[in-house]
Design a protein around this ligand. Structure first.
Ligand SMILES: [Zn+2]
Ligand SMILES: [Zn+2]
Length: 404
């Protein structure tokens, strides 16, 4: 462990020693597998189980991990090797993370470096290095209000799809802040809990609107006699049909131009009330917009209305996922449950703070950031005393070193 990790670990220990409220516990906590990623050599301790929450807290105080996880699956024997655990069912989970979102601010705050050839880049890391094609890329990401706001909007779209298309009961649905760059949604349902990886992949694809072909959703050209009529779904129809139509209005501007709408056609469409226009057969009502353009607009509308989840997480029925109430070793912030009723107002940069008092650190470099309603940075090679929550973020992000 380097000096920064030693200091972070010591602060995490103090936090967990002072912690006496107990953690958020999922249903049937004793049927879950727990995993701990240690500071030391990034070693993973897993296949642990706890009959009692106080034993879990004791283990956390003993190990002082950088990251704490529990399984979305329920097992007969959570401590057994993977193929002998006896899988019973698994919560349906969704992960929405800025890592998977295309936010315009990323080039300002994220960088990557190829571990093989050493070239540097701005923004989110590509899958492989553009120069040497190696996939060992090291990312330096930052916590950003714009990215998290985007993640929140994706989460809201996901919840709407789950409630209206899958009939998921809102009272079975729980939203969590990851303590870093995103949100998790967990659905506790006996029926959905039993579905396997194939079905979960289909659920993920549905939420993402992946492979949705507008012509398979009633969008078609009908020729009778000498006239051609375009027919399609209407607003208010259940599922993706109504959602697709409702989304068309949102993509009329710049994106409409990309698919060939003229300024005059856009004006004609925008001049009308959305619900009135799309509530009646409208697909043939604007001159000069053919089937190809409507299809392209519909696809853009689907793209806009889909929820950008990480489908790998949803598909995996043995997933370990962050335990709410514990610290995220990437930031020193708390992973936590968010009340859905006040999700819009939830402020991850204020409500997830875990450290108080002040700390002196040497900051190597840091972009400007806001935490606890205060503005910090940018910093460049300075020794500075900061509120502990801000110093811990910089230490966890390897932007600062302990002093002395
Ligand atoms: Zn390279
Ligand atoms: Zn951002």
């Amino acid at each position: 462990m380097n000096p920064a990790e030693q200091l972070i670990r010591q602060k995490f220990l103090q936090y967990y020693l002072a912690h006496n409220k107990g953690f958020y516990l999922p249903p049937s906590p004793e049927e879950r597998e727990y995993g701990f990623l240690l500071f030391k050599e990034k070693f993973m301790v897993r296949h642990r189980a706890f009959r009692d929450p106080s034993l879990l807290l004791a283990a956390i105080r003993d190990l002082v991990p950088a990251h704490i996880y529990f399984s979305t699956a329920y097992y007969q024997q959570p401590t057994a090797p993977m193929d002998e655990k006896g899988w019973k069912r698994a919560d349906l989970v969704f992960d929405i993370d800025a890592d998977h979102l295309d936010t315009p601010c990323k080039p300002e705050h994220d960088t990557w470096k190829c571990k093989s050839c050493g070239i540097l880049g701005k923004g989110g890391a590509p899958k492989v290095c553009p120069k040497c094609k190696n996939d060992r890329l090291e990312e330096q990401t930052w916590l950003c209000a714009q990215c998290l706001q985007h993640a929140k909007e994706e989460t809201s779209k996901l919840l709407e799809i789950l409630y209206s298309d899958f009939g998921v009961d809102p009272s079975d649905t729980h939203v969590f802040f990851s303590g870093h760059r995103g949100y998790h949604v967990h659905v506790y349902s006996n029926d959905l809990g039993l579905v396997g990886e194939e079905e979960r992949r289909e659920i993920a694809n549905y939420v993402l609107g992946q492979g949705l072909e507008p012509e398979l959703h009633e969008l078609e050209e009908l020729k009778s006699g000498g006239t051609t009529v375009i027919e399609g779904p209407q607003i208010g129809q259940p599922g993706w049909r109504g959602r697709m139509v409702a989304g068309i209005y949102d993509v009329l501007g710049e994106e409409g131009e990309q698919v060939g709408l003229s300024a005059a056609q856009t004006r004609t469409l925008m001049a009308q009330d959305r619900d009135k226009l799309f509530g009646r057969p409208f697909w043939s009502s604007v001159k000069g917009i053919g089937l190809t353009t409507w299809k392209a607009l519909s696809s853009k509308a689907v793209e806009k209305r889909s929820a950008k989840i990480d489908s790998v997480v949803t598909t995996d029925v043995h997933r370990l996922i962050r335990l709410p109430g514990t610290l995220n070793g990437h930031t020193g912030l708390m992973a936590m449950k968010v009340q859905k009723e006040r999700f819009d107002e939830f402020d991850p940069f204020n409500e997830s703070l875990a450290f108080y008092g002040n700390m002196k650190v040497r900051v190597k470099d840091s972009p400007q950031f806001e935490l606890g309603h205060r503005q910090f940075g940018p910093y460049q090679n300075e020794e500075i005393e900061l509120p502990s929550y801000a110093a811990m973020l910089l230490l966890c992000k390897r932007r600062a070193e302990p002093l002395g």
